[in-house]
Design a protein around this ligand. Structure first.
Ligand SMILES: Cc1ncc(COP(=O)(O)O)c(C=O)c1O
Length: 376
């Protein structure tokens, strides 16, 4: 199977290790296991429990305890059977499984971009006819519903989206989500909503999950961003039963189960979700304030202030490609951004502002000095 290079991953593979100031990371500062126990308490008991466990495959679809903890993130009031869950290798595994299960050659897929590249490159590699609908800067990185209405047709199998959005940090208002659902419903299309940043809405108004408002909605999520536990490599899918039946067939070929250690720690963290969310939202707002003050003071940079998640797009006014800018900047200063051309958004940099807040200010100052000496 031929597939396009994953441009963001290529960038990180080549340059991340060289960064002194990593302004490109998408996680809220990761938790150590000790920090996790400081938050949830009872370390000795939990450690005793987990170190006594035999390292079997565990529950193949994930433990009941984990499923219940995940369900607490949703407002499902329908029967469990109609909305099964499975546990995956991160959200990356989740998205990939959904596409493998749903997409066949010739299917039409509409992907709302910019987004995580999986959402258009995997369907393309499976032979789908993929249409991109770009979020619009003039709409504060919101969607143009009229354009979406024109592109989605009765042959559209799947609409892919990511809410809150990486990279723009926009959050879809509930009315917009409802409108997208209407468009999908009329055309009998599935919607895959990658919800890995859901819970990190900056005003603490958590967005509705697509599975809570649409019977053909599929939600993917994970422990990586919202809970700062990317090292667990644990994600999930919630989908209608007929989709899950197909997902399970594919999952049996590439997952079996996730580690019982990941399952255990994820359940513990989710059972204490309010405390972790509180920590993370404080860090996000702290980082966003630093970034916002810097953008105001920096004549060469502008942005649409992010409303959710951990990332933003910085627009620059220099006549240089984003890849060249990022390479030169890294080489001269050790400051790492992601060139947004890797996300089909030339002329922008993607920044994360809450993964290492201690270095954020310094990194931005280095960038300002560099811009002063390079601007035309
Ligand atoms: C929108 C989006 N989806 C999925 C992923 C993959 O996350 P995970 O670590 O859960 O595999 C990322 C990671 O950056 C992401 O930004």
């Amino acid at each position: 199977m031929q597939i396009d290079n994953f441009k963001v991953e290529d960038w990180f593979n080549e340059y991340e290790k060289l960064a002194k100031y990593d302004m490109a990371d998408t996680c809220v500062e990761s938790l150590s296991i000790d920090e996790l126990f400081n938050i949830i308490g009872n370390k000795e008991n939990y450690l005793k429990e987990i170190t006594a466990r035999r390292l079997t495959y565990g529950d193949i679809q994930g433990s009941d305890r984990l499923h219940n903890a995940i369900r607490s993130l949703y407002n499902h009031d329908y029967s469990l059977l109609s909305r099964p869950i499975t546990i995956t290798h991160g959200a990356i595994g989740a998205n990939s499984l959904v596409m493998q299960a749903l997409i066949e050659k010739g299917d039409k897929v509409v992907s709302i971009v910019p987004t995580y590249q999986q959402h258009y490159s995997i369907p393309k590699s499976l032979g789908a006819d993929v249409h991109l609908v770009f979020l619009k800067e003039e709409h504060n990185w919101g969607i143009d519903l009229d354009e979406l209405r024109k592109v989605v047709g009765n042959n559209t199998k799947l609409i892919c989206m990511n809410n809150p959005n990486n990279p723009t940090g926009s959050v879809m208002p509930e009315e917009t989500l409802n409108e997208i659902v209407k468009i999908a419903k009329v055309n009998d299309s599935y919607i895959l909503c990658d919800e890995v940043y859901r819970g990190l809405e900056h005003n603490r108004q958590i967005s509705k999950s697509i599975t809570d408002i649409y019977e053909k909605g599929i939600s993917t999520g994970s422990m990586s961003k919202v809970f700062s536990l990317a090292g667990l490599r644990l994600g999930w899918i919630i989908s209608p039963k007929e989709v899950m039946d197909k997902i399970i067939v594919h999952r049996e070929y590439n997952t079996i189960s996730v580690s019982i250690l990941d399952d255990y720690f994820a359940a513990l963290a989710l059972e204490n979700k309010e405390k972790i969310l509180d920590r993370n939202l404080k860090k996000i707002l702290e980082g966003k304030k630093i970034m916002s003050d810097w953008v105001k003071s920096e004549p060469h940079i502008s942005w649409i202030e992010p409303q959710g998640g951990t990332t933003c797009l910085l627009k620059y006014d220099m006549n240089i490609s984003s890849v060249d800018l990022c390479k030169q900047l890294l080489n001269d200063t050790g400051v790492l951004f992601l060139p947004a051309s890797t996300l089909e958004m030339e002329g922008y940099l993607r920044a994360g502002y809450c993964s290492d807040i201690s270095k954020l200010q310094l990194g931005l100052e280095r960038f300002s000095d560099w811009l002063k000496s390079h601007s035309l």
